[in-house]
Design a protein around this ligand. Structure first.
Ligand code: HEM
Length: 483
């Protein structure tokens, strides 16, 4: 090789070394939190997604907390990220939404949920959509919805009790999805030629993944599902437009009324993206929470006893035990709400909440450069022994001494600040009513499955198959496999 060749090789080596050094030591005006940026481009993405079956803080996070402290840096899906396991910083991030931080999710989220989904919108349009959703799932709507939620929970439980076994995650997902779809778009799966919910499967795996849209990848499967679901939603909206109803009865009617206004800021595309997000957000999260709740009840007989007693007492106090659950009775379920809180604390359905720093931010001696992503990690907050004694123990009674409505520095299962989950009360109604029907009328046992995997989103790889029987009915003992 001649001197020119040697010079070129030397230049290439120097450039790569320089780039590699820059990758590992990103520029910052102050002191970056400690941490490792991992491999060039790939960062620490693979380690972050490595499956684990623990209910503890994910090993990826725990190892780094031990090594670097509560605030550290990394690189995920091609982005530099500051991970916060620190309650103060996490709370600060939520409180400063729109000023210092802004909702930001990896590209995969935006592509799957739509570029105009509520999580990616800001300012005026965001507030407008949020009010729309709050009207739909606020206390007044929920009060009206209560009898229907109870009827559906009881009807489904009754049907499942006639089966040898039911896969609870899928069955509850279908229950919640059908109810939400009925409320939003009057969708009736029995009258539809296509199954809308089918298009929402495999979403959890696809959401935080590499955006490789080629057959075989989780991302590709998700995108195909989105396409089909959006096509169905669009044609349903068009059908409704062609045959409007006299009285506004669901979200479609409301959207059409809004779109007809001259000065509206709503567009059909935004309304459809919102519909898609709401359908997904409601059934996937709540069904995971109900499945875990049912599993916790089996594993903790004293908890089951307390929950059953509270709910049976409601029936005993009634003049007619067969009359439906009232709002007052629902509000009186103190232990059931403690139980729900403990379930979502330990379940950690949302393992990561993302934001982007709008400007350079200095916090606790560290600098977060403008444009960097910040990931708040709810499991590290919910499993902190300084706040929750024996954090891995399932103990609903711990909530007797704790505030549990809304978000705090120590509880962020439903997020916090301006973007606090709009579906929280809806989820609580669904869970409490389901548990009320289950605990007062049925008993259940595991047939198979029930093991969990986190990637880091929660999954039941073998499902959770249970046999449900009416309390006063005896069924042949099934062969029980361990959970
Ligand atoms: C156990 C059930 C649920 C959990 C654990 C949960 C969790 C969360 C969390 C952590 C956030 C905050 C995300 C962020 O700050 O970026 C959020 C936001 C949101 N949730 Fe939920 N959620 C649940 C149920 C629901 C339901 C039933 C609905 C639909 C009715 C829903 C709709 C939404 C929407 C639309 C947002 C975005 C709000 C915004 O950007 O302001 N969620 N949820």
């Amino acid at each position: 090789m001649g001197p020119v060749g040697l010079c070129i090789v030397a230049l290439v080596v120097i450039s790569i070394t320089h780039w590699f050094y820059g990758w590992r030591n990103p520029r910052c005006n102050g002191k970056l939190p400690p941490g490792s940026m991992g491999m060039p481009l790939l960062g620490e993405t693979l380690q972050f997604f490595a499956p684990n079956s623990s209910s503890d803080i994910p090993p990826f996070i725990k190892k780094r907390m031990e090594r670097f402290g509560p605030i550290f840096r990394t690189s995920l899906v091609g982005r530099p990220v500051i991970i916060s396991t620190d309650p103060d910083l996490s709370y600060f991030v939520f409180q400063k939404e729109g000023k210092l931080f802004q909702s930001w999710y990896p590209d995969t989220f935006t592509e799957i949920f739509g570029r105009q989904n509520v999580g990616s919108l800001h300012g005026f349009m965001y507030k407008y959509l949020k009010n729309m959703v709050l009207n739909l799932f606020g206390p007044e709507s929920l009060k009206k919805m209560l009898p229907e939620v109870e009827q559906e929970a009881c009807r489904n439980l009754n049907r499942w009790s006639s089966q040898e076994s039911v896969e609870l995650k899928d069955a509850t997902a279908s229950l919640i999805f059908d109810l939400t779809a009925k409320k939003l778009i009057s969708y009736d799966p029995e009258k539809s030629s296509e199954n809308l919910r089918e298009n929402f499967v495999a979403f959890i795996q696809g959401l935080i993944s590499f955006p490789l849209n080629i057959p075989g990848t989780a991302y590709h499967k998700c995108m195909q599902g989105r396409k089909k679901a959006m096509k169905m939603l669009k044609s349903m909206l068009q059908e409704r437009r062609a045959k409007p109803r006299k009285q506004q009865s669901d979200f479609f009617d409301f959207v059409l009324e809004e779109l007809a206004k001259e000065d509206t800021i709503l567009t059909e595309a935004i309304a459809l993206d919102l519909m898609f997000v709401l359908l997904f957000a409601s059934f996937e999260t709540t069904s995971l929470a109900i499945t875990m709740a049912t599993k916790f009840l089996l594993e903790h007989p004293l908890v089951l006893k307390a929950l059953t007693e509270e709910n049976e007492a409601i029936l005993r106090k009634r003049e007619n035990p067969n009359s439906g659950l009232t709002w007052k009775e629902y509000k009186s379920m103190t232990f059931t709400f403690q139980f729900i809180n403990e379930t979502v604390r330990l379940t950690n359905i949302v393992p990561a909440i993302f934001r982007k720093a709008l400007k350079e931010i200095n916090y606790k001696g560290y600098t977060i450069p403008a444009g960097w992503a910040v990931m708040v990690c709810p499991p590290s907050i919910h499993l902190n022994p300084a706040t929750y004694k024996d954090p891995l123990d399932f103990n609903p009674w711990r909530w007797e001494r704790m505030e549990f409505n809304g978000a705090s520095k120590h509880f962020m299962a439903f997020g916090g600040g301006m973007r606090f989950c709009v579906g929280t009360d809806f989820t609580k109604v669904q869970m409490a009513v389901f548990l009320h029907c289950l605990a007062t009328k049925y008993r259940w046992r595991v047939i198979k499955g029930g093991n969990i995997v986190r990637t880091p989103g929660l999954q039941f790889p073998n499902g959770f198959h249970v046999q449900i029987s009416e309390k006063n009915e005896s069924k042949e003992e099934p062969k029980i496999n361990s959970i």
